[in-house]
Design a protein around this ligand. Sequence first.
Ligand code: ADP
Length: 462
Amino acid sequence: MKSIYGKLILGFLVSILISFSFAGYFVLKNNSEELSEFTRVELQDATRLILNQMTYVEDSQVGQVLTNISESLNVAILVSHDDSEIVYGQFKKPDKLDEAISNLKEKKEGYIDMRNSFFQTVGTHFEIDGTQYTLFVQKNISQQENIFKHSALLAVGFIFIVGSVVFLIIADIIVKPITRLTRATQELAKGNYKVSVNYVGNDEIGRLNKSFNLMAQQLGKTEQTRQQFISDVSHEFQTPLTSINGFATILKNEDLPPEQREKYTDIILFESRRLSQLSKNMLQLTLLDGEDITLNVENYSLTEQLYRVISSLEEFAKQKDIEIDVNIPKKDIMISGDQNRLEQVWINLLNNAIKYTNEGGYISVNLKRNSKDVEVMISDTGIGMDEEAQRHIFERFYREDKARSVGGNGLGLAIVKSIVDLHFGTIKVKSQKDVGSEFYVNLPYERNNTLKEVFKSYRKEG
Ligand code: ADP
């Protein structure tokens, strides 16, 4: 039985069979007992009537009277002597007549009640002119029992047919959407992420279909992102490789003047460093995205960290004649977080500020402590960005204008965002084209281990 449909039908048939068998047995038994009780009372009344009549009528008329009573009450009558000789009989001498008579004798008065599958018989003892007689009155109850059996059978048949039709319709209503969903799942497995199932209703199957549609949509989006990512990666690798390939070919020319040789070698070095940085960034992003990333959370001085980062990039700023203004409170501001990864955040932001600020520009690094978080703001008087760019800069491989790119690969801010997210922080940008940009990073301030526990539970919840 492979299909749900088959299983439902089998289940229905088995339950119907079991319930009807039990119900039938008890209903028939009950009916038979009630019928028996009813007939017994009826036969005892008939017996009393016969005895009553026999007291008044002449001996010669007894036969006729008994026949009349038998016809009008629809019962059979048998009168016998105590020695079991039949005096009047409308039914054949019963096999156990002797036993019945001796039972009656023992009882002296009252009735005995006999019953087999067709007949019910009541017997009683009486005496006329000193002679002992027994009177048996019998009724055929099989007819009445059969009428009930037939009616019951008819009702069962009717219930079965109507029930089966209704059940088949319901089974169809249940099974059809499941079949549709199975087909859609097979389509999805083949890679058709546009597949969706239509189902109205908010029952279990409706909700399952809704979840399926959502899952297909999400898978479609993931697939799209994956394809976009592969195309971005190949493009990012292809450009420097083409450049390296081209200049290396030129360098093979032995007659090349030394200045040109120097220039082309520098380009090759620049591009290969770019490639190396690109693969490092990609690796870092993959690690940050991974399920099993572990943050090495510790309580440390953010003040010291920012000073360290500024001094490591001071030389780069000096080369462009850029002044860095530092607004950091004297008193150490402590924070719980992964020191190495947060250092990467400040390096990327400050590096960008220097990269995208023209010579003689101005950068400021600000740190302040709010009631619930710490805020680091890095501003510059650089090239700035329009609103469209501000919406996308945290996406992988996004660069506002690839032509004016200064050696980046569009992964720096994506890494920054991932690290800030992992610390339950936020990052915002305010910028104006040709005026400058401000990057705000807010990190929740937690005492010592609290954040550690938050990280642990966050990881566990996945
Ligand atoms: P990249 O390696 O290209 O710098 P990022 O992810 O760090 O990659 O930055 C993405 C893009 O955001 C940059 O290409 C640039 O267009 C824009 N951007 C980032 N920081 C600044 C800034 N301080 N001023 C102007 N534009 C910026």
